[in-house]
Design a protein. Structure first.
Length: 555
């Protein structure tokens, strides 16, 4: 692992500020590319390429660093060469982002950056294909917490050259400090997060990004593939919504300032296209067309429109009678004003799906943060006295209220689409209005593997959902110990929409789609606690068309 110290240079006096200089062509101080290179947001003729400039003097440097970039279809940078100039400065934390245009569709490119004589590592990327496209293949990941383990999942994905893109479904990093989620494991592994405290300010978010981009496996996967990223809650703070977050308190200051800081650092440090002028930063929803094969819509369900998630702990008294439960389900949970996507985003997704349908593409994918399928809690009362509940209580103090309410069969997770049933029905209606009932929804967040049926409240099939487990963050299996298998069996028995559930593995989904059918391999790794690991396929499904929708068949 490359150890990065962003703020590590110490100076005595101010002479370096005056001494350090750069001309149009070069700088007179050593420059490094300590955070690797990355690419993302591919189009048929454009792609974002990224790096970050490091130098001992940067903390005191207020100038502009000239940066050259180049791309080519061969590693010696001779064929189909594109090149240009850009700059890096403190205003963007010396990150460099180029939206390279004029590229060929469906083409592998190599790219690198140069400052004077200093050359970055070479990255490999790929533009979207156009026209007749036989197949596409994705690595689908989410939930990469630095402290919980090594990013072996990234390392494994980096070894393969058969992916068109890596889809990162959010929780790319976590906001917590040493004293919180992942801190103990991080201490054992020598992977304590930087800064040590929970990140709140712009400097904090930048430092956390820098640490993640300093990880060797993270650098390897970014250098190997373009990323299509959506953020979930932890890119700002836990369980965030439009105007707040569960993990944002009065002492953290103003939410809008924190949210703005998080988004600024995200756009600086991630290989995603900056918002068009005039468009809100939080509106990170985009679509990607793979010729005549598929459209992928990447949605934003946190900061654009989301209403505050409900919390059962505040409704225990309401849920003591049959009438109270009915009222909660109908009028509180089911309140139609509760929103996830918002009108502008819904219209955008609807249009993309309509275009896909009209172009006769066989596949319509949604890259999404939180579980869309219905998932009711099984009866957990038999676990009431179990030792593992005490451990869960430390990270989830409301567990006792959950246990008491669990026989009611209410949604397991109110932060998922289940907490916004009216918004989910509206989304399904928008989708159906485009003549679409065959969504392939890709989901992160849970740290567990899922294959689910998607249905409207009235039982109309809308497609299937594949949930990817985490890169490192613990699934419920890590907390339930010996009861994990029993809990999973109870959950499956309670929920007819769940086809497959694995709560104990870390890994990714290897998703291949061709004109006729698809295949989803749940790839797991055997450890995140040492760098020597083995990867294996824990489950495979064929994805087939059936009656205007999709079905999953065991493979
Ligand atoms: Fe997560």
């Amino acid at each position: 692992m490359t150890k990065i110290t962003r703020r590590g240079a110490l100076f005595t006096g101010i002479s370096l500020v005056g001494a350090a200089a750069c001309s149009r062509e070069s700088v007179d101080f050593p420059v490094y590319f300590n955070h690797g290179v990355a690419s993302g947001d591919p189009g048929a003729n454009r792609i974002v390429i990224w790096t970050r400039i490091s130098a001992e003097i940067l903390d005191a440097f207020s100038g502009v660093i000239p940066v050259d970039w180049e791309m080519a279809t061969d590693e010696s940078f001779r064929k189909n060469r594109r090149k240009g100039k850009t700059t890096a400065d403190a205003g963007r934390d010396f990150t460099v982002k180029v939206d390279a245009t004029g590229l060929k569709a469906g083409q592998r490119y190599f790219y690198r950056f140069r400052v004077g004589k200093n050359v970055s590592p070479v990255g490999r990327t790929k533009t979207l294909p156009a026209g007749a496209v036989e197949a596409a293949r994705f690595a689908v990941v989410s939930c990469s917490h630095f402290g919980f383990g090594y990013f072996n999942v990234y390392d494994e994905i980096a070894k393969h050259d058969h992916f068109d893109a890596v889809l990162h479904l959010g929780d790319y990093y976590y906001e917590y400090g040493h004293d919180s989620y992942g801190g103990k494991t991080g201490e054992k592994l020598g992977r304590l997060v930087e800064p040590a405290h929970e990140i709140v300010s712009l400097a904090d978010y930048r430092t956390r990004h820098a640490q993640y981009k300093g990880d060797s496996s993270s650098q390897a996967v970014h250098a190997a593939h373009p990323f299509i990223c959506i953020w979930d809650d932890h890119e700002t703070a836990n369980d965030s919504w439009k105007t707040g977050a569960e993990n944002h308190n009065v002492e953290d200051g103003d939410w809008d300032a924190r949210r703005a800081a998080a988004m600024q650092a995200y756009y600086e440090w991630m290989p995603v296209r900056d918002p068009e002028p005039g468009r809100a930063k939080e509106a990170l929803f985009r679509s990607y067309e793979f010729g005549n094969l598929l459209t992928l819509c990447a949605v934003e369900t946190r900061l654009t429109a989301r209403t505050r998630p409900l919390d059962y702990a505040q409704h225990v008294a309401d849920l003591q009678t049959r009438e109270g439960i009915g009222n909660f389900v109908q009028n509180v949970l089911g309140d139609p004003s509760r929103e996830l996507l918002g009108a502008a985003q819904s219209a955008y997704v609807g249009k993309a799906l309509k275009n896909s349908k009209e172009a006769n593409q066989p596949w319509r994918l949604i890259a999404n943060q939180v579980l869309m399928a219905r998932l009711a809690s099984p009866d957990l009362t038999s676990y009431k006295e179990a030792d593992f509940i005490k451990d869960i209580e430390k990270v989830f103090p409301q567990i006792h209220e959950y246990i008491v309410l669990s026989p009611l069969g209410l949604p397991l997770n109110l932060d998922a689409w289940d907490g916004y049933p009216a918004a989910r029905e509206r989304f399904y209606t928008t989708v159906q209005e485009q003549g679409v009932t065959d969504l392939l929804v890709l989901t992160g967040d849970t740290h567990e593997c899922w294959a689910n049926k998607l249905e409207t409240a009235s039982g109309k099939s809308m497609g299937v959902e594949l949930g990817t487990t985490s890169v490192t963050s613990p699934g419920t299996g890590a907390y339930f110990g010996e009861a994990a298998a029993d809990f999973s069996a109870k959950l499956n028995a309670k929920n007819g929409d769940v086809i497959y559930h694995n709560m104990s593995h870390h890994g990714y989904i290897d998703l291949s789609l061709n004109q006729e059918s698809g295949q989803a391999n749940f790839v797991s790794i055997d450890t995140i606690y040492k760098k020597d690991y083995k990867a294996f396929t824990s489950k495979s499904f064929m994805i087939k068309k059936s009656n205007g929708s999709l079905v999953l068949e065991d493979k």
